[in-house]
Design a protein around this ligand. Structure first.
Ligand SMILES: [Zn+2]
Length: 352
């Protein structure tokens, strides 16, 4: 999912969270000039892990957050405790580290260090608009444990279109996708929950353009599909899916999982698989071939039980992974090894 962009043009009006967060506080853009914020403490500032009070962000510095998520109305916004480390290196294949969350923001460096400490050796940082896609490419360029996905989110496509900027935005994505550590187009797709009928043509046009970019650059594609299963599947069939197509935060049922796996798509499970009301996701998991399963946080959203509502982060991947393993009746490290192999097959190596 992708929150509201913090574009200077002010053209973006709508929030565009993805699956599962309708009831949570919506993210807000980082506003204000550099003068309102304290000194930069980004990942390039040194090797000391940095925690910092919220709001000490210089939005003009690419090492800083692109936006922050509101803490209004959330009961507990502290980061959950670190889980037991996994014995096998694993990866978070979809996260949004450009979003500041929690009572104390975590720098990119701190996020990656906390992840490494529990066996999460890398992340795929996903974009949803021009700013966050540029940030994702920057993070991948400068951090060995980050690969990037870049895209205009389906809920942002109509916003850009209304501003007459969709083609220019997609051209930026095309440019970023040529970078060697940009390994996916994402997140793109269709969202009939957040976007009304007026916005659907722009969303469709954007989705098809993104599919073409994934094929042109020979990289993976991460799909955001909210209340649009049939249309997404139909579009992929009609125009031809990229060789490596991932349903980020898979939200279908067992029938859809079977169909997607039959077509060779990957299903990425997020923390919402642990939610009580998500039996459809557990049914889907049960029928998904092991070589098609991926795991993600979609951080800072979709924090797995028992930490629902608190900030999510890549270091919480072991919580979701252990839950998946228990559902499948597998040893957690055995599943971690399988998911790691799947992740590297889709996105390539993290080492240059
Ligand atoms: Zn996302």
């Amino acid at each position: 999912m992708t929150p509201e962009p913090a574009r200077a043009s002010g053209a973006a009006a709508g929030n565009s969270p993805g699956p599962g967060i309708a009831a949570q506080a919506v993210p807000e853009p980082v506003e204000g000039s550099a003068s309102e914020h304290g000194p930069a403490t980004g990942p390039t500032a040194g090797s000391t892990p940095v925690e910092r009070p919220r709001g000490t962000v210089d939005a003009a510095d690419p090492s800083q957050y692109v936006r922050e998520r509101s803490v209004d109305g959330r009961r507990d916004v502290s980061y959950p405790p670190a889980p037991e480390p996994l014995g096998i290196p694993v990866y978070d294949n979809h996260t949004h580290l450009e979003i500041e969350d929690g009572d104390t923001g975590l720098s990119l460096h701190e996020q990656l260090e906390r992840a490494l400490a529990v066996g999460v050796h890398g992340v795929v940082q996903a974009g949803g608009d021009v700013d966050s896609s540029r940030w994702s490419a920057w993070a991948a360029r400068t951090q060995a444990r980050v690969l990037a996905a870049v895209a205009i989110h389906p809920n942002e496509a109509p916003v850009y279109e209304r501003a007459g900027e969709l083609d220019a935005a997609i051209a930026v994505i095309d440019e970023l996708a040529a970078e060697p550590r940009v390994r996916a187009i994402g997140e793109t797709g269709l969202d009939f929950f957040r976007t009304d009928a007026d916005g659907i043509p722009a969303q469709m046009r954007s989705f098809e353009a993104h599919i073409a970019l994934a094929k042109k650059h020979g990289i993976a594609m991460q799909i955001h599909d909210r209340d649009a299963h049939d249309a997404v599947l139909e579009t992929l069939e009609r125009v031809g899916a990229p060789e490596k197509t991932v349903f980020h935060c898979f939200s279908g049922d067992a029938d859809m999982a079977r169909l997607a796996a039959d077509r060779g798509y990957y299903l990425s499970f997020a923390g919402n698989v642990t939610f009580k009301n998500a039996q459809n996701l557990r049914d889907a998991l049960a029928v998904t071939p092991l070589d098609r399963i991926l795991v993600e946080t979609d951080a800072p959203f979709l924090t797995p039980a028992p930490y629902r509502g608190r900030p999510n982060a890549p270091y919480l991947i072991p919580v979701t992974l252990r839950f998946l393993a228990a559902e499948l009746g597998m040893d957690a490290d055995e599943l971690a090894a399988q998911i790691a192999a799947n992740t590297l097959r889709v996105y390539g190596t993290f080492e240059d």
